[in-house]
Design a protein around this ligand. Structure first.
Ligand code: SF4
Length: 65
C-alpha cells in the first residue's frame, strides 16, 4: 500500500498522526506528509485505512491499494 497527503487539502488537524504516528510526519504547523515516501508496511495497512477514513479534508489518497 502506498499513500500520499495532498498538501493543498491538508488543514493540519493532526488526526492522521494521532491514529498512525508511524505513517505520517507533521511540521510545526500540524500539516502532514506521508512518512517513508508513503510506503505502508503490510502490518500497518489497517492503520493507514483508518487514517484515510478519518481525515476530515479527504487529503490522504491511496496511490496503491
Ligand atoms: S488528518 Fe488530514 S487534514 Fe489533518 S493533518 Fe492529517 S492529512 Fe492533514
Amino acid at each position: 500500500m502506498k499513500i500520499h497527503v495532498i498538501a493543498d487539502k491538508c488543514q493540519g488537524h493532526n488526526r492522521c498522526y494521532v491514529l498512525a504516528p508511524e505513517l505520517f510526519d507533521v511540521d510545526d504547523y500540524g500539516y502532514a506528509t506521508a512518512a517513508n515516501d508513503g510506503n505502508v508496511p503490510a502490518e500497518m495497512v489497517d492503520k493507514a485505512n483508518l487514517a484515510v477514513a478519518n481525515c476530515p479534508e479527504h487529503a490522504i489518497e491511496v496511490l496503491e491499494a
